[in-house]
Ligand binder design. Structure first.
Ligand code: N2P
Length: 596
């Protein structure tokens, strides 16, 4: 029996244990232990984005706690008066506890859009209050039920007004319940991800949302350190809440609760005050597309704070922008969604007089058909989507056929992107990756369904890490991240298959409703400066369209075929174009592939 119990506990706690242990591992990979370090904690605590998200989390959690506990207490008292458990109202109150979080998140977004509320800190607080009132009510009510109503009556018999009786008698008796409810609500709010990810607009990124976006861009084990701290503090708060509910004295619960708060507050106290920047810029860009140091340079130069929000597909970005209630100043679409955004009137014409460094761009990347005269867009990066593979495992690869080779079953990764996966299938069939022909697309879908049993993962964010870790041997992906991976592992290679590959050209644009268009222009021009564009290219390893930057790059980078393929290879790459209404078809067919 004890063995069984131990196994159950192991099952429950093993993942957390691994997390905690590896937060002290000096190596980058979770696959091997390379020595003890506190370095990731230092790095995590010094990270300004982490601090900013923690600040947001604390603001939200404190506001949520105050509001929810007050409402919960009032509700608990009301329920007590209404006749305890016999009242049907109590059932209604706890219902939200059982509503799936995704449903709650999605419906709140609809509601906020319907009443014209912009997504931001306020909407996060409203959402958190929404899901935590029930918990607060349940906890306070448990305490209220055990209260002797005679006490309150006795106080009033002795001449106290109802209000005085409440504050002098009822409230002190309820205090442990109220405190337990506060701690519970605080902990729920601090670590909520699902609902928050729906309703947090730009600039209201909370700690869990930030942690998730760190995972997506696959940066560093600092994630483990932050997660360990979050785990520790919420455990302490929940333990204190539980102790209070079990009837512990308030004094006893104080120590764990205080420690829990202190763990969260320490990095907060060390952080730079939020008010130090006069101006704000909301940037929504691909993950792995700009380095934090580059952002910091811009912030310093303009005394501004940049809120960074990341996406991994054009479609995700389009959906968010088209929903209409997010305040972005900068987007980074590929060429084909730019056509869509322009057609829908969602972009603001650029003021070229504020973009003197546009002259640095190689004319070959300007005045393209998707935006004549670059009225709306300034080129940022270009590149290809090819295959990177582990040579020692699969030999030399030169064709998309390798991605359909049953010998590589379970070792293949494809992008999680309709245009790119269909693009690969269409190229393999010898068709155009810009086709709108339903018959061809249906055949491409059949190919992708055929391939699916071989595919280990569809991933558009940190696919290069999956390849590096050895989990897969072949990965479809965008070249820049592969170029970085190849530098870390000489066994990896990047190829543009003989059937061809997709070419992308991504540009910075300003949405029509951008709240800070002036600073947005300053940001675009900043990225066009020769030194900055060179730095962006050198750190991210995607290909720069900036001729002046190209001259500043180290020769080795310029000669790197994964970043700047030789002309004969590049000739095989085809620019992804807008497929018009067929986009709906692509989307439906791709969803079917993934869900079947
Ligand atoms: C960045 C992906 C490259 C963008 N994570 C392809 N358009």
């Amino acid at each position: 029996m004890p063995v069984l119990a131990a196994l159950v506990y192991l099952f429950l706690y093993a993942p957390l244990l691994v997390l905690v242990v590896f937060s002290f591992n000096s190596g980058r990979l979770a696959s091997s232990w390379e020595g003890f370090t506190l370095g990731w904690y230092a790095q995590a605590l010094a990270d300004e984005r982490m601090q900013a998200s923690l600040r947001n989390s604390l603001t939200v959690a404190v506001a949520t706690t105050v509001i929810s506990t007050a409402i919960g207490t009032a509700a608990a008292m009301g329920l007590r008066r209404a006749g305890g458990n016999r009242s049907g109202w109590a059932g209604f109150l706890v219902l939200p506890i059982f509503v799936p979080e995704v449903v709650l998140g999605a419906s709140l977004v609809l509601l906020f859009a319907a009443v014209g509320l912009r997504l931001g800190t306020a909407t996060v607080i409203l959402a958190h209050v929404g899901f935590s009132i029930s918990y607060a009510t349940v906890v306070v009510r448990a305490r209220a039920m055990s209260l002797d109503p005679g006490l309150e009556e006795a106080a009033m018999d002795l001449g106290a007004s109802p209000l005085r009786a409440f504050f002098a008698v009822t409230l002190p008796a309820l205090a442990p319940g109220i405190l337990a409810a506060s701690l519970l609500v605080f902990a729920l709010s601090i670590d909520d991800y699902v609902v928050t990810s729906f309703v947090a607009g730009v600039g209201a990124t909370t700690l869990p949302v930030h942690i998730y976006s760190m995972v997506k861009s696959g940066v560093s084990p600092a994630i483990n350190a932050v997660s360990t701290l979050l785990l520790l503090s919420t455990s302490l708060l929940l333990f204190a809440a539980w102790a209070l509910e079990q009837g512990a004295r308030i004094r006893m619960a104080l120590a764990p609760a205080a420690l829990g708060f202190a763990i969260l507050a320490a990095p907060f106290a060390a952080s730079r005050p939020a008010g130090s920047a006069d101006r704000v810029l909301n940037v929504y860009i691909w993950s792995n597309y700009i380095a934090p140091e580059t952002i910091r340079k811009f912030e310093r130069r303009h005394n501004a704070r940049v809120n960074l929000d990341l996406y991994d597909t054009n479609e995700a970005m389009l959906a968010k922008v088209q929903s209409g209630n997010v305040d972005y100043d900068i987007l980074c679409p590929s060429s084909y969604p730019i056509q869509v955004l322009i057609a829908q009137g969602l972009l603001r014409p650029l003021d070229h007089s504020a973009l003197p460094h546009l002259a640095n761009v190689d004319p070959a990347f300007l005045d393209r058909s998707y935006d004549r005269g670059n009225r709306y867009s300034a080129p940022y990066f270009w590149g290809t989507a090819g295959i990177a593979y582990r040579r020692s495992r699969v030999g030399a690869v030169d064709s998309w056929a390798a991605m359909w080779d049953p010998r590589h079953k379970g070792r293949i990764l494809m992008l999680d992107d309709a245009r790119e996966t269909f693009g690969a299938a269409l190229l393999r069939m010898g068709a155009s990756l810009n086709t709108t022909d339903p018959a061809l697309l249906a055949r491409a879908q059949q190919m992708l369904l055929l391939q699916k049993p071989l595919v280990r993962a569809y991933n558009s964010s940190n696919y290069e890490d999956v390849l590096l870790s050895g989990d897969v041997w072949l990965a479809q992906g965008w070249n820049g991240q592969f170029a970085r991976a190849i530098e870390q592992d000489a066994d990896l290679e990047y190829v543009i298959p003989k059937e061809g590959a997709s070419l992308f050209l991504d540009s910075l644009v300003i949405p029509a409703g951008a709240p800070h268009p002036e600073l947005a222009h300053a940001f675009i021009d900043f990225t066009l400066e020769a030194e900055i564009a060179a730095e962006i290219c050198a750190t991210m390893r995607y290909s720069t369209p900036n001729a002046a930057a190209l001259r500043l790059l180290p020769a080795a980078l310029r000669a790197n075929p994964a970043i700047f393929p030789p002309p004969d290879v590049l000739a095989r790459a085809v620019l992804l174009e807008d497929v018009g209404d067929a986009v709906v078809l692509y989307d439906r067919l791709w969803t079917e592939v993934k869900s079947r």
